[in-house]
Design a protein around this ligand. Structure first.
Ligand SMILES: CC(C)=CCC/C(C)=C(\C)COP(=O)(O)OP(=O)(O)O
Ligand SMILES: [Mg+2]
Length: 424
C-alpha cells in the first residue's frame, strides 16, 4: 500500500513522481534475504586481482572493506558501482581547483574525488529555488545558507545518485534538518526551553497526525506556520516520491531518534549537567547524522529491504558510521562551538571536563575516539559483507562508507563554517 505520507497537505508532485517511478527503487538490484547466509541465492561478486594501493591517511582501511569499496565486477553488477550515473557525463566541466581546508592531523579518514562541479552547481541552484518556495530564511541569512555549501556536501556524499532529482531528496532533507536544529535548538532562535513540544509538532510533518475531522485542519495549517515545519513537510513530501513505505518509515524512525538526542542535549543544558564521556557518546549516538547515510539506497535509486536493514550486524555498522561522522563534526566545529554563547557540549569539551585533562589533550583523545570508531565501522562493514554477500547489502555498505568519506570532506573543506584549533 502506498505510504500515506504527510497528507492531507500533500501537493501534487507530478514531475518528481515521474522522475522516480513507483518509489524509484528496485532497478538493477534484487532483494535478497540474508537471515541465514546459506539461503543466499546470489553469490559473492567475483573479485579481479587488485593492484596495490597506497596507504590512506593515518592508517589503512580494513582490507576487506577496500575490496568492498572497489565494488564488484562481472555481468549484472553495473548498478552496484558508485559514481556511475544514468545521466551522461558533463561535456566539459569547469576545472575545479582543490577545495580549501586541511585535515585534522592524525585523523583517520579517506580522501574523496572533488565532487562533480556540474552536479554541485545544479543542486545548489535547485536548493535555492526550493528555499524560496518554502520561505525558508530571511534575506540576511542568505550568506550563511550559501556558506553551508549543501550542494557540494550532498554531491560528495552520494556519488552513486543516478540523477539530480535523487540528489535533491537528500539535499532538501539536509537543509530541513539543519533549519530545525538552528531554529529550535541552537543559535537562530533556539532554546532548550519548550523544545520537546516544538520538536514533537515538527515531527508530525514527517509522521502525520491522524485525528478527527474537527482537529485535522488546525494541524494541517500548523505545518505552514514556521520555516522548520514548512521545510520538513516539503522535504518529506518529496522523499515519499522516491522512497518505498519501508524506506520512509526507516527515515521517520531515524528522525525520532535524532529528536530524542536533541532533547537529552537540551535537558542537560537546562540543568547545566556535564555528562560522563560515555553518557555524552550515548546522547551523540542519537543527536547524530544517522538519518543522512541511511537514505543512501533511496538516493541511489534502489532499496535495502527492511529485514536486511534491521539485522543487528547492519544496525551496528550504521550506528558506528553515524557515530564516526558525528564525532568528525565535534572535532571540526570545536572552535565554532567554543566561540558560541554558553557552554556547548562536544567530545573534547566533555573529555577535558570529566577526565581532568588539558583542552589539547582532550582534543587529541577525541581524535583517537573518532579513529577507533572508524576502524570499528570498517571492521563491522567488512564482516557483514563477508557473511551476507548480497549485492544490495554490498551496495548499501558502500553507500554508507561513501557518506562517511563525503561528510569528512565537507567538514574539512567548509572553511566558511569551521576552523581548526591551534594544537599542532
Ligand atoms: C543533518 C542532520 C541529521 C543533523 C543532525 C544533528 C546535527 C545538527 C549534527 C550531527 C551536527 O552537529 P552540530 O549541531 O554540532 O552542528 P555544527 O557543529 O553547528 O555544524
Ligand atoms: Mg558541532
Amino acid at each position: 500500500m502506498p505510504d500515506p505520507g504527510p497528507s492531507p497537505v500533500r501537493s501534487s508532485l507530478p514531475a518528481a513522481a515521474a522522475a522516480f517511478g513507483t518509489y524509484g527503487h528496485g532497478r538493477g538490484v534484487e532483494a535478497v534475504g540474508c537471515i541465514r547466509p546459506e539461503q543466499l541465492a546470489v553469490p559473492a561478486p567475483a573479485e579481479p586481482p587488485a593492484p596495490a594501493e597506497p596507504p590512506g591517511p593515518a592508517g589503512l582501511p580494513h582490507p576487506a572493506l577496500k575490496r568492498l569499496l572497489r565494488g564488484p565486477s562481472g555481468l549484472g553488477t553495473v548498478g552496484l558501482h558508485l559514481a556511475r550515473h544514468e545521466e551522461p557525463p558533463p561535456a566539459a566541466p569547469e576545472p575545479a581547483g582543490p577545495a580549501a581546508g586541511r585535515p585534522i592531523p592524525g585523523l583517520y579518514y579517506h580522501p574523496v574525488p572533488e565532487p562533480d562541479p556540474v552536479r554541485v552547481e545544479e543542486v545548489s541552484r535547485r536548493i535555492k529555488e526550493w528555499a524560496d518556495e518554502v520561505d525558508l530564511y530571511p534575506p540576511e541569512w542568505e550568506d550563511q545558507f550559501d556558506g553551508f555549501s549543501v550542494g557540494r556536501y550532498m554531491v560528495a556524499c552520494h556519488p552513486d545518485a543516478p540523477s539530480t532529482d535523487h540528489l535533491m531528496l537528500a539535499t532538501r532533507l539536509m537543509v530541513a534538518e539543519n533549519v530545525v536544529d538552528d531554529c529550535y535548538c541552537e543559535d537562530h532562535g533556539g532554546s532548550p526551553v519548550g523544545l520537546g513540544g516544538r520538536l514533537l509538532l515538527a515531527h508530525t510533518a514527517l509522521d502525520p497526525l491522524h485525528t478527527t475531522a474537527e482537529y485535522q485542519p488546525e494541524w494541517t495549517e500548523s505545518l505552514r506556520s514556521d520555516a522548520p515545519r514548512r521545510a520538513y513537510r516539503s522535504a518529506m513530501e518529496h522523499l515519499l516520491q522516491g522512497a518505498s513505505p519501508s524506506q520512509a518509515d526507516r527515515f521517520r524512525h531515524d528522525m525520532a531518534r535524532l529528536h530524542m538526542g536533541y532533547l537529552a542535549e537540551a535537558a542537560w543544558a537546562e540543568t547545566e549537567y556535564v555528562p560522563q564521556v560515555w553518557e555524552y557518546l550515548a546522547m551523540r549516538q542519537f543527536n547524530n547524522f544517522r538519518p543522512c547515510p541511511t537514505i543512501t539506497d533511496t538516493v541511489g535509486g534502489y532499496e535495502l529491504p527492511a529485514d536486511l536493514h534491521a539485522q543487528p550486524a547492519m544496525q551496528r555498522v550504521i550506528a558506528l558510521a553515524g557515530n564516526a561522522t558525528t564525532i568528525v563534526n565535534d572535532l571540526y566545529s570545536y572552535t565554532k562551538e567554543l566561540a558560541s554563547p554558553g557552554r556547548h557540549l562536544n567530545l573534547p569539551v566533555v573529555i577535558a571536563e570529566r577526565e581532568g585533562v588539558s583542552v589539547k589533550e582532550a582534543y587529541l583523545k577525541a581524535v583517537e575516539v573518532h579513529n577507533d570508531l572508524m576502524h570499528a565501522f570498517e571492521a563491522a562493514a567488512a564482516d557483514l559483507a563477508a557473511t551476507c554477500p548480497a549485492p544490495n547489502v554490498a551496495r548499501f555498505l558502500r553507500g554508507v562508507a561513501a557518506w562517511v568519506d563525503g561528510n569528512h570532506y565537507w567538514h574539512m573543506t567548509n572553511t566558511y563554517r569551521y576552523s581548526l584549533p591551534d594544537f599542532w
